[in-house]
Write a protein that binds this ligand. Structure first.
Ligand code: SF4
Length: 228
């Protein structure tokens, strides 16, 4: 476990990590932009570091070609079991790049990375609100699993926990629910996740997740999956 006060100099903090390993997965850090400032986010406390990787892209976002080249290199070093769009930022803020990466893999154009590679998206679920359309339709056939950070069944608590930016504060909770419903219909696997903060009514949360068609998943407060 990395402590919050670990000296930055002890780590490779000069070079931002576009990809990083965790468990059996290869995680992709596409952007540092977020439409939320989640109260449980550890990026500030951990100084943009995550388990030894510097996830601060410094305003320079990687192209799909760069991501795929790095994934190929990683695969050739040691195979991984899934690719996870995650990181200190909301991956769907770069929807086109995310879909392009997934398409390159699923069509076998990532060379050594197998086209059957499982692709997971960890998200705060605001993509339909941000892009003004049902983007889940565009993910069909490209994203195998989606983990949506819903966190509560209560709209006011959602606002307090997720701290959405103004444009998404009023309608955001309903839009996240809509995203989950669509994902449960169109994608092979959909989880609704909640951070166990000791204050959320987890039974109500599980009930809502089930009504939306998703599997509920409760996460510890400092989880291995940092995205929302
Ligand atoms: S938890 Fe994820 S979505 Fe929420 S503010 Fe942090 S990086 Fe952004």
């Amino acid at each position: 476990m990395i402590s919050a006060d670990r000296p930055r100099a002890a780590l490779n903090m000069e070079n931002p990590s576009i990809v990083y390993r965790y468990n059996d997965g290869l995680y992709i850090n596409l952007t540092n932009r977020c439409p939320t400032a989640c109260s449980f986010c550890i990026k500030n406390k951990w100084g943009m570091e995550y388990r030894g990787s510097n996830l601060d892209l410094g305003g320079t976002e990687p192209s799909p070609a760069e991501v795929i080249a790095l994934a190929r290199k990683e695969w050739e070093t040691a195979p991984f079991s899934e690719l996870v769009f995650c990181g200190y930022g909301e991956p769907t803020m770069r929807l086109e790049a995310l879909l392009a990466c997934a398409r390159l893999i699923k069509t076998g154009r990532a060379e050594s990375v197998p086209r059957g590679m499982r692709i997971r998206l960890n998200t705060n679920g605001l993509a339909n609100a941000v892009w003004g359309r049902n983007v889940v339709l565009e993910m069909k056939g490209l994203i195998d699993s989606v983990h949506v950070s819903l966190n509560t069944a209560d709209p006011d608590q959602w606002k307090a926990l997720m701290r959405p930016m103004d444009p998404w504060a009023a309608s955001g909770f309903e839009k996240v629910k809509e995203f989950i419903r669509e994902a449960a219909l169109l994608l092979p696997e959909t989880f609704a996740t909640a951070v166990d903060n000791g204050e959320t009514d987890l039974e109500k949360f599980k009930d809502l997740a089930a009504r939306l068609g998703a599997e509920p998943r409760i996460r510890p407060r400092l989880d291995d999956e940092v995205i929302a």
